[in-house]
Design a protein around this ligand. Structure first.
Ligand code: SAH
Length: 359
């Protein structure tokens, strides 16, 4: 069977260069050979570590955030609890365990998990054994209703397009082939003024060489989520590696906790791009929702009570466990670590008061 790299080279040789978004989508989620489709990339021995895998405190605090927001919604007797890209299922398992302090909330929950990878969906079934849930390939098939939605490090996996300013105006960065036709390489589309429409107005006059990233899939998903919230009530919490619109190229590949060439052996490394959270907020507002934040993850977790939660865990901890709790609290909240790079954004029904952590 041809590797994903060979499949892509064959496709480009026949039909021409592809957008960075098409490349990213295939590298991550092609049914045969996509990075997420076969394996479990998380943890110290995997390729990267995410907040819920660093400490149970992260999922627990998000679970309490959901129970609290449900009360602010007027405690509806049925609420969809949706997670986008649940990874190993750790966040949701921790969240539901912590939310046991509000039993009526758990009784109201109708759990829906949006996951494209069969391998990770299987991991999630194990982590959530005994808890009823429905899995979906994309958000479009989640039913209508009052909703609480969580997405941690999900939007950074959605395909981005890149535009580069050249002397002839904005052009799209494409993935094509080198002269011998055997290697993938970046190039630019022929000049076309149409591409300028994707570039935020304040950046249109940027100097030559400036790269701008746009995530159409993320923007349309934020709008779709917002429309559901406006129609049926509720809130969505998006946590991700934030960036400004002007940040330039942030597309990166990571394998075994180390940087990897973006075009080297697609499917073998994680590909992410930092998330323009203010643009997601704008997309949500345009669809009628209220947007709160983004706020830095460190401040957000402190407002949700990470310090008190850590103190409770420390009381029962062995010296080794105590070191781990302290290290995790620092890693999640310290401005030098994940505390400021990661940011939280909430989209809500416009009549809902700002959720916990955003006031
Ligand atoms: N939220 C988890 C995992 C983050 S990794 C955590 O914090 O640990 C990204 C997750 O999103 C994985 O579960 C991956 O399989 C899933 N995913 C990536 N692209 C997706 C897509 N287009 N549709 C649905 N799920 C996707």
């Amino acid at each position: 069977m041809a590797s994903l790299r060979e499949q892509l080279i064959g496709r480009i040789a026949r039909f021409g260069p592809i957008t960075v978004a098409d490349y990213m989508a295939d590298a991550l989620t092609a049914p045969r050979g996509g990075y997420y489709m076969a394996g479990d990339p998380f943890g110290a021995r995997g390729d990267f570590v995410t907040a819920p895998e660093i400490s149970q405190m992260f999922g627990e605090l998000l679970g309490l955030f959901c129970a609290d927001t449900w009360e602010r919604m007027g405690a509806p007797n049925r609420v969809l609890l949706v997670e986008l890209g649940p990874g190993r299922g750790t966040l949701m398992a921790d969240a539901l365990r912590a939310a046991r302090v509000v039993p009526q909330f758990l009784e109201a929950v109708d759990l829906h998990l949006v996951e494209v990878s069969p391998a990770l969906a299987a991991r999630q079934r194990e982590a959530l054994a005994g808890i009823g849930a429905t899995w979906h390939h994309d958000f479009g098939s989640v039913p209508d209703g009052p909703m609480l939605l969580l997405a941690n490090e999900f939007f950074d996996a959605l395909p981005i397009r890149q535009f580069e300013r050249s002397q002839e105006g904005w052009r799209e960065r494409m993935v094509g082939l080198d002269a011998d036709g055997r290697h993938l390489r970046f190039g630019l589309s022929p000049a076309s003024t149409g591409f300028a429409a994707f570039v935020p107005p304040e950046l249109r006059d940027a100097p030559d060489g400036k790269i701008v990233e746009v995530c159409p899939a993320g923007l349309s998903l934020a709008a779709e989520i917002a429309r559901q919230l406006v129609a049926h009530g509720g809130a969505a919490l998006i946590v991700d590696y934030g960036r400004s619109a002007a940040a330039g190229a942030t597309l990166q590949a990571v394998r075994g906790h180390a940087p990897h060439g973006v075009l080297d052996d697609p499917g073998s490394a994680d590909l992410t791009a930092h998330v323009d959270l203010p643009a997601l907020a704008r997309a949500g507002r345009e669809a009628g929702a209220a947007a709160h934040g983004p706020v830095p993850q460190g401040a957000f977790l402190k407002r949700l009570g990470i310090d008190a939660r850590a103190e409770t865990l420390l009381k029962k901890a062995s010296p080794e466990q105590a070191r781990q709790v302290e290290a995790a609290r620092r890693r999640l909240t310290d401005p030098q670590e994940m505390g400021e790079l990661f940011q939280a954004l909430a989209l809500t029904h416009p009549a809902l008061a700002p959720p916990a952590g955003f006031a």
